[in-house]
Design a protein around this ligand. Structure first.
Ligand code: GAP
Length: 484
């Protein structure tokens, strides 16, 4: 019998016990909504990011990669709209003064109100801290960007922001990429990196944190072709998740209603995953937006405003952007198509995923508790082999009869090709269980027969069946099974 994850708490405790994920600053009592990845977690998350990079950059001829700095010119955030508009509406409980995101407040039935804007929208909502119903202030905007000061001297220091998304680094480098590579529209730029948001409500382990990693794409296409690219990216991103083992029944696409869309957006969908919060909760894993030429146009305006910004003082990020010129389509961020002799500002499709949220989905989907025939329970992470932190464990059956030496030799050879683990401590059954909990797809055991005929057993994590093969074939066997 096998069971999937029922409660998130079970995953949280297994992740801590086995060194996947720890609370940040644990020894000091923890820092809310920040998490650290332990030895197994760091490998898992790196594999998730590598799988994304492989599919979105390495295997495509129309994509290139980028790695931008976290701190950027403040005008970037003025032009993008983040300085003025990147905020959540929060309401304060009049009794206990706890602030909560207005759209996260729930009534007795657990219903929230998407787009809640006034205290009237909150009359049936309950304060999550003190339980009082309907006693909230009018919701007010709470800015989500973290600010910091750059520069040692008071006269040249200025306020900069920890980026709240990686996307703007791509827009700010779009011209550099065009000028330094041979890309031609349609093409995309991908980036993986840290983002920071001073979230009002943090939630559910690594689902919503204040420091997180994003995996973002800006795909630039000719106006008029955006619908076809939007469809292609929706399909490509859904199949990426299922090709790495997410069960299709746990994944769905939700189209945004017209009133959820930004004024410039032509369409937006969320790829949602059925997370085990409460009784099961569909939550956003990734957003895919059709953003027109809005971002490039905004940065073109922003570029014109920089002189104004410097003249008005370095901290004057509120300086209004200059009105748009009539010939904006010929501006510095426009694109000239050599073949058709047309100049235009490309439209953009933006698939934007979270590396931590994705890692959480892969953990949840792989988590399995099985009751074996002898009544024993085993926890096993059934990760896709490409995502598994360790690919093979090398285990001498006992610590004698030259088994450790043979196992060490094999381990030293294999570790050049795959992340491997050597373990000679404890009974073999316990060592198998430990590798099941780490999600290791194969365990190679050197036993008494190895001395006689040079064979070893290779145990499959999911079926627990064993193959006996020659020790010299282990590398090619694993290569084939792991597709590496
Ligand atoms: N550039 C578009 C953008 O940033 P978003 O929907 O705000 O869009 C994209 O974020 C993805 O980033 C989300 O689908 C989610 O996976 C991840 N993400 C956003 N905020 C997060 C947070 N506070 N903690 C963890 N992941 C987050």
């Amino acid at each position: 019998m096998s069971e999937k994850l029922q409660k998130l708490e079970d995953l949280v405790s297994l992740c801590k016990r086995r060194g996947f994920i720890f609370q940040s600053s644990d020894i000091y009592g923890g820092l809310a909504s920040c998490y650290d990845y332990g030895p197994l977690g760091a490998e898992l998350k790196r594999n998730v990011k590598n799988a994304w990079w492989k599919h979105t950059v390495q295997m495509r001829d129309d994509m290139v990669g980028l790695d931008c700095s976290i701190l950027m010119h403040p005008m970037v955030w003025k032009a993008s709209g983040h300085v003025d508009k990147f905020a959540d509406l929060v309401a304060e409980c009049k009794k206990c003064h706890t602030r909560t995101r207005a759209d996260h407040l729930a009534d007795a039935q657990g219903n929230t109100t998407e787009g809640a804007k006034t205290a009237e929208d909150l009359i049936k909502k309950i304060c999550p801290k003190c339980g009082t119903t309907g006693q909230f202030t009018e919701p007010m905007p709470f800015k989500l960007m973290f600010e910091t000061q750059m520069g040692a001297n008071a006269d040249d220091s200025m306020t900069v922001y920890l980026r709240p998304e990686t996307a703007q680094g791509i827009f700010a480098n779009y011209r550099n990429v065009l000028d330094s590579t041979r890309v031609k529209v349609p093409f995309g730029i991908a980036q993986i990196g840290k983002s920071f948001r001073n979230e009002v409500t943090t939630k559910a382990f690594i689902f919503r944190t204040r420091e997180f990693e994003q995996m973002e794409i800006e795909f630039f296409c000719k106006p008029g072709t955006e619908e076809q690219w939007f469809e292609k990216w929706k399909e490509a991103r859904m199949s990426w998740y299922t090709s790495y083992g997410i069960r299709p029944e746990n994944l769905r696409m939700r189209e945004h209603d017209k009133d959820e869309l930004a004024h410039y957006a032509k369409g937006c969908v969320d790829i949602e995953y059925l997370f085990p919060f409460g009784k099961g909760d569909w939550q956003e894993l990734e957003g895919i937006a059709s953003r027109t030429d809005y971002d490039l146009r905004q940065h073109q305006r922003g570029m014109r405003s920089v002189t104004n910004w410097i003249e008005n003082g370095r901290d004057a990020v509120t300086t209004p952007l200059k009105a748009e010129d009539a010939d904006w389509a010929k501006g510095p961020l426009s694109y000239f198509d050599e073949e058709t002799r047309e100049r235009y500002i490309p439209y953009v499709i933006e698939p934007s995923a979270g590396a931590d949220r994705g890692t959480l989905a892969f953990l949840v989907d792989a988590y399995t508790v099985e009751t074996l025939e002898n009544g024993e329970e085993r926890n096993v992470f059934k990760f896709h082999p490409s995502l598994a932190p360790i690919k093979a464990a090398i285990l001498p059956l006992v610590k004698k009869d030259r088994m450790p030496e043979k196992a060490t030799n094999l381990y030293n050879d294999l570790k050049k090709y795959f992340p491997c683990f050597y373990d000679e401590k404890a009974a073999i059954g316990r060592r198998y269980r430990r590798q099941d909990e780490a999600g290791t797809p194969y365990c190679v055991v050197i036993d008494g027969q190895t001395n006689d005929d040079n064979t070893v057993t290779v145990r499959n994590r999911d079926t627990m069946k064993q193959d006996r093969i020659n020790i010299d074939q282990v590398k090619s066997y694993l290569r084939e099974k792991l597709d590496m």
